[in-house]
Design a protein around this ligand. Structure first.
Ligand code: NDP
Length: 595
């Protein structure tokens, strides 16, 4: 495909308006489809245990699935104990993009003592763990990969593959000397504020006792793999693994060992969509166990053209990012103006109709691609776009035309039983040799996978018991010198690194401010925190959209939740503006202490 000049920096500014179409069907057409969306949602809710109770960790009888297949063995080391010293200046819990891009900014501001503590055997986070065949990011690489200006790097493709992204993470760690103090294969177990020393005491599962002045919870948004709770899963006699722990020893590097293997895969989310075409091309038989189909759109990928890359001027990525934000601002302004001309109900109806037009285009593509009409029908998503994470793939739908690929559509019920030979549905036990769990990840709400205890012995979990309380999703009062990345109460972005960069820049500004003024601690005021909580609440639940969506991790699996326990919906430009306002008046929003 050709690479258009200045292409698609704004691909994910979801803004389509088909309301001016001459051939627009009557409103009853849209109402009928909306009613079908509601019916499909109700069907799914009827089958499910409430919310996330239907999922479980990779523990107990399934603990073996948690094992890291990518590490070159287990590296022994002596536990670190630096509690008799000041310890490090900044400690990151997690070594993915959050830690890497924030560390780069901190280095630029002269912070020397940075330690990453990471569960994997290297940096990379998501891109360390997700190495399944076909793994790639379908956010445009020129936007998604952070620090391209600083790294003087142009990704090789429009959509970068997982290996290239992992390589970029490692290159950042090397450039900014982040390997020096990093510890890998190490999980933080507790993070406790020592008021006297004005340091965080961080302990790990390797017996470490570490001191840090600042702690950044950079442990990822979707970092903890989860399994569906399925009766009998531990009795399955074949091989099984989760998509984020791909066993290439079993499958072969190019899946060449699967030619005589019957494979089952449970789940059809973004991971499965990238994996299934590869299984179809290589495995003897493939059984896809579907509960809800994903929406699959065209993926316009291409190799980066040398001539295009050669013309990029220094600072090109920052300019692209700025352009996206201005586009979002213009979109918000346009929506504001529109509000004047039509009623709120009309506006919502127009948006919904546009969305339905889009989804019917997705349906049409399925009909045009998938030969068997029953399979084609089963692959049609009946929900509004963005109820679930939209997917982009050119080979996924055609894969169902292969004779060795079988869609087992559970029509919302999901797989609830696994026998010794394989998943059971509708009285049939599907015999497979390999069973892949593509059942996703737990959503990080608050930055806590370890015990975090702040001032006066308050546990962060207890503080959040009546609802999450933060400013920007980053600061929470009573937990001085701690910053949280990627959790709720922040402005979720389809291109997550846009958000992480804004958060990382802000965190490094806060740390820099404290250092410049020789403050020992920085903590958000209760007032500033309360204002933000109220702002989050004021923007949530304005429409019934979330509640009307088919269940999934975007809407808390269809469960009711407190209005403050979610993303900030005031828009990304507003999120950035609020952060700038706070940075311009630090003493009004933070308490600083010295000496
Ligand atoms: P998801 O949470 O998106 O998908 C989990 C899947 O498992 C869903 O299809 C779910 O069905 C299904 N499922 C759960 N339990 C059962 C059951 N008992 N029987 C049958 N099916 C079941 O996880 P993914 O790993 O696919 O993706 C997670 C996120 O990671 C993505 O949304 C995206 O943000 C990111 N990602 C991005 C990629 C990219 O850039 N292209 C690639 C991969 C991941 P149901 O829908 O009914 O709940």
């Amino acid at each position: 495909m050709n690479q258009p000049a200045g292409e698609k920096a704004d691909k994910f500014v979801m803004d389509f308006d088909t309301s001016q179409r001459n051939d627009r069907p009557p409103q009853e057409y849209y109402d009928t489809i909306k009613a079908k969306f509601a019916e499909e949602r109700e069907l799914r809710l009827g089958y499910r245990p409430p919310g996330t109770e239907m999922y479980r960790d990779l523990d107990g009888a399934m603990a073996e699935l948690e094992r890291d297949p990518y590490a070159d063995g287990w590296v022994e080391r002596e536990p670190i104990d630096d509690t008799d010293s000041e310890g490090v200046e900044v400690l990151f819990i997690g070594g993915g993009f959050s830690a890497l891009l924030t560390s780069a900014r901190l280095r630029q501001k002269g912070v020397e003592s940075i330690r990453i503590v990471e569960r994997g055997a290297d940096v990379g986070g998501t891109w360390y763990w997700n190495r399944y065949p076909g793994v790639a990011c379908d956010v445009v690489s020129y936007d998604y990969l952070p620090l391209l200006d600083e790294m003087d790097y142009v990704p090789s493709r429009h959509y970068a593959g997982g290996a290239e992204i992992l390589g970029h993470c490692q290159a950042i760690a090397r450039k900014y000397d982040l390997y020096d103090l990093a510890v890998f294969q190490t999980t933080v177990t507790s993070t406790i504020w020592d008021a006297e020393a004005q340091r965080w005491n961080v302990t790990t599962d390797r017996g470490d006792k570490m001191h840090a002045k600042f702690v950044v919870c950079a442990n990822g948004t979707l970092a903890k793999p989860r399994l569906a709770r399925i009766d009998g899963m531990e009795t399955f006699k074949g091989r099984s693994f989760h998509t984020s722990r791909w066993d290439y020893d079993f499958t072969g590097e190019d899946l060449e060992k699967l030619s005589n293997v019957r494979v089952g895969i449970i789940g059809t989310g973004a991971s499965a969509v990238q994996i299934i075409p590869n299984l179809g091309a290589n495995a003897k038989e493939v059984y896809v166990f579907q509960r809800t189909p994903s929406s699959i759109d065209v993926r316009d990928d291409w190799e980066t053209k040398d001539e295009w890359a050669a013309k990029l001027e220094p600072g090109w990525q920052s300019k692209r990012r700025a352009k996206i934000v201005s586009k979002l601002r213009a979109q918000a302004d346009r929506k504001g103006q529109l509000r004047g001309g039509i009623t709120r109900e009309e506006k919502i109806q127009r948006q919904e109709n546009n969305n339905i037009d889009h989804m019917m285009r997705i349906h049409k593509r399925i009909d045009e691609t998938v030969e068997d009409p029953t399979t084609a029908d089963a692959l049609k998503p009946w929900y509004m776009l963005m109820c679930k994470r939209p997917c982009f793939h050119n080979d996924y739908l055609p894969t169902y035309n292969r004779p060795n690929v079988h869609l087992v559509d559970t029509h919302g019920a999901g797989i609830t039983e696994i026998g010794e030979k394989g998943p059971i549905f509708d009285g049939v036990e599907y015999e497979v040799d390999l069973l892949i769990y593509a059942t996703g990840f737990e959503v990080q709400q608050t930055g806590i996978y370890n015990q975090i205890i702040g001032e006066n012995g308050v546990d962060l979990n207890d503080k959040y018991a009546d609802g999450i309380r933060t400013m920007f999703g980053i600061h929470t009062a009573g937990f001085p010198n701690m910053f949280i990345m990627g959790g709720y109460q922040a402005s979720f972005q389809f291109n997550l690194t846009d958000l992480l960069q804004v958060q990382g820049d802000h965190i490094s500004s806060c740390i820099d401010h404290a250092r410049t003024h020789q403050y020992d601690t920085i903590d958000v005021t209760h007032d500033a925190e309360e204002q933000w909580v109220q702002e989050v609440i004021s923007h949530r639940g304005k429409t019934t959209r979330n509640a009307e969506c088919t269940p999934g991790y975007y809407n808390f699996e269809g469960q009711e939740n407190r209005r403050q326990d979610g993303n900030y919906n005031g828009g990304f430009p507003a999120y950035i503006d609020r952060i700038s306002e706070v940075e311009a008046a630090m003493s009004e929003h933070f308490i600083f202490t010295k000496g």
